[in-house]
Design a protein around this ligand. Structure first.
Ligand SMILES: Cc1cc2nc3c(=O)[nH]c(=O)nc-3n(C[C@H](O)[C@H](O)[C@H](O)COP(=O)(O)OP(=O)(O)OC[C@H]3O[C@@H](n4cnc5c(N)ncnc54)[C@H](O)[C@@H]3O)c2cc1C
Length: 380
C-alpha cells in the first residue's frame, strides 16, 4: 500500500490534536491527523476557563466557540450543607460548552486549512530510529512518514510508549465519579454549586445549555455499590444530607443514567524525543476539580505550533527548540497536578479544603512563577 508523506502527523483528534492541526494548517503545513475512533471524541470536559478562552481569542476563535455556549462567573462551594465560599471569575467568567461541540468547531475549521483526518485508523507500528520517529504503519497497511510526530492520543498514548517515555498514573481511588445529564432545574440555572461533605461525598450541579444540566457525584468506593447498584432512593437519601440549595434537581436524578468515570493524574518523565512530542492528556492529566486541563493544553499547542514552524524542517533545531521551549511546560503542569491532588485529598475537611484552594490557579491558571530548576520526576 502507498506511503503518504506529510510535515506533521498528529495522533489523536481530541482538543489538543485538532487545535494544533488547525494552527499548523493555517501556517501552510501539510498535517495528517490519525484518530482511532470513527469521529472526534464524543465525551469529555465542559468548562473552558479564562486562560483557554484567551488562547482561542488570540486565534480568532472566541466568537465561534461562544456562540451557543453559556457564560458563568461564580461557583459557590458548600461543605456539609453550609455555603463556605464563592469563586468569582472576572471579565466575563468561563464558558460551558460540551467537549464534543467545542472540538467539533475546531475540527470543522481544520477542513478550511486542508488538514487531512484519517478516522478508524489503528496504529500497528511506530518505527523509531536514532531517537527519531521514522514511520507510522496502520493495521490496514497504510504508511505515514512525517517530519514531526505528535502524540495527542490521551492518557494511554501509543506514541509515548513508542518513544519509551516513563509515566506515573495515580488513580483517584478514594473518590469514584459518576455523571448524569438531566433536565435543567431553577436552582441549577441560577448558579453553579459544588457541594462536598465530611463523609467523603461530592456533588456538582451546573447547566449545560438552556434545557439540560450536568450532575457529577463523587463518592467513596465502598458507598458506590449500595447507592448505584442497589437503587437510586439510596442516592437521594445521601444527597439530601449535604446538598441543601439544589433540592429541585432531585426528582430528575431518579430516572437518570449514571455513567462511571475513571479519573487519574498522569505525570511523564519527558515531553519529547527527537522529532516527536506529547500533547494534552498524553503528557499530563490532573484532577478535573481544577477545570484547567483544556486551557493548558490549548496553550501547549500554541507553543508546539510556534516551535515546529520555527524549526522549518530542521530536525536538530526542532529537538533543541522542543527542549528549550516545550519541556519547561512541565513546571506549570506539575503545579496544576499537585493542586488537583491537594483539592482531592482535602475535600472531606472544610478547613483543609479552604487552605488548599487557590483562586489564582482556579481562575487564571499558571499564575505562580516557575521554580528555578525542575526537580527530577520520581518514578516507582
Ligand atoms: C472527567 C473529566 C472532566 C474534565 N473536565 C475538564 C473541564 O471542565 N475543563 C478542562 O479544562 N479540562 C477538563 N478535563 C481535562 C480535559 O478533558 C483534557 O485536558 C483534554 O481533553 C485533553 O485533550 P486531549 O486532546 O489530550 O485528549 P483527548 O480528548 O483524550 O483525545 C485523545 C484522542 O486520541 C485518540 N486516541 C487514543 N489512542 C489512539 C491511538 N492509538 N490512535 C489514534 N487515536 C488515538 C482518542 O480516541 C481521542 O480522540 C477533564 C478531564 C476529565 C477526565
Amino acid at each position: 500500500m502507498a506511503t503518504t508523506s506529510c510535515d506533521v502527523a498528529i495522533v489523536g483528534a481530541g482538543l489538543g490534536g485538532c487545535f494544533l492541526a488547525l494552527l499548523l494548517g493555517r501556517r501552510g503545513r501539510h498535517v495528517v491527523v490519525i484518530e482511532q475512533g470513527p469521529s472526534i471524541p464524543s465525551a469529555g470536559a465542559d468548562f473552558l476557563k479564562p486562560p483557554g478562552l484567551r488562547v482561542l481569542a488570540r486565534h480568532g476563535l472566541a466568537d465561534l466557540v461562544e456562540r451557543h455556549g453559556l457564560r458563568r462567573d461564580i461557583i459557590r462551594y458548600y461543605h456539609d450543607g453550609d455555603p463556605i465560599q464563592e469563586c468569582r471569575f472576572p471579565d466575563g467568567g468561563f464558558l460551558i460548552r460540551p467537549y464534543r461541540e467545542l472540538v467539533e468547531l475546531i475540527y470543522a475549521s481544520c477542513a478550511m486549512e486542508g488538514v487531512e483526518f484519517w478516522f478508524d485508523a489503528d496504529i500497528d507500528d511506530i518505527a523509531a530510529d536514532a531517537g527519531r520517529v521514522e514511520e507510522l504503519t496502520l493495521s490496514d497497511g497504510r504508511r505515514l512518514r512525517a517530519g514531526v510526530v505528535i502524540g495527542a492520543d490521551g492518557t494511554k498514548s501509543v506514541v509515548r510508549r513508542a518513544l519509551d517515555i516513563d509515566q506515573v498514573t495515580m488513580p483517584y481511588e478514594r473518590l469514584l465519579m459518576r455523571v448524569a445529564t438531566v433536565p435543567l432545574s431553577v436552582s441549577v440555572a441560577e448558579l453553579n454549586r459544588l457541594y462536598f461533605s465530611s463523609e467523603g461525598w461530592l456533588a456538582y450541579l451546573y447547566p449545560l445549555n438552556r434545557d439540560q444540566a450536568r450532575v457529577f457525584v463523587g463518592l467513596p468506593p465502598e458507598d458506590d455499590k449500595e447507592v448505584f447498584e442497589d437503587g437510586i432512593p439510596a442516592l437521594l437519601d445521601r444527597l439530601k444530607k449535604f446538598v441543601t440549595d439544589s433540592s429541585d434537581a432531585f426528582n430528575a436524578l431518579q430516572p437518570a443514567t449514571w455513567q462511571r468515570i475513571k479519573v487519574s493524574s498522569l505525570r511523564v518523565s519527558a515531553y519529547h524525543k527527537g522529532n516527536a512530542a506529547l500533547l494534552g492528556s498524553a503528557a499530563f492529566a490532573c484532577h478535573p476539580m481544577t477545570g484547567m486541563g483544556m486551557s493548558y493544553t490549548l496553550h501547549d499547542a500554541e507553543i508546539l505550533a510556534d516551535v515546529i514552524c520555527a524549526a522549518g524542517g530542521d530536525g536538530e533545531l526542532l529537538d533543541r527548540l522542543l527542549h528549550a521551549r516545550y519541556e519547561p511546560r512541565r513546571h506549570a503542569h506539575r503545579e496544576l497536578i499537585d493542586y488537583g491532588d491537594a483539592l482531592a485529598a482535602t475535600f472531606r475537611d472544610r478547613a483543609a479544603y479552604l487552605a488548599a484552594f487557590r483562586p489564582d490557579l482556579h481562575v487564571y491558571g499558571e499564575a505562580a512563577a516557575p521554580p528555578a530548576e525542575l526537580p527530577a520526576l520520581r518514578l516507582s
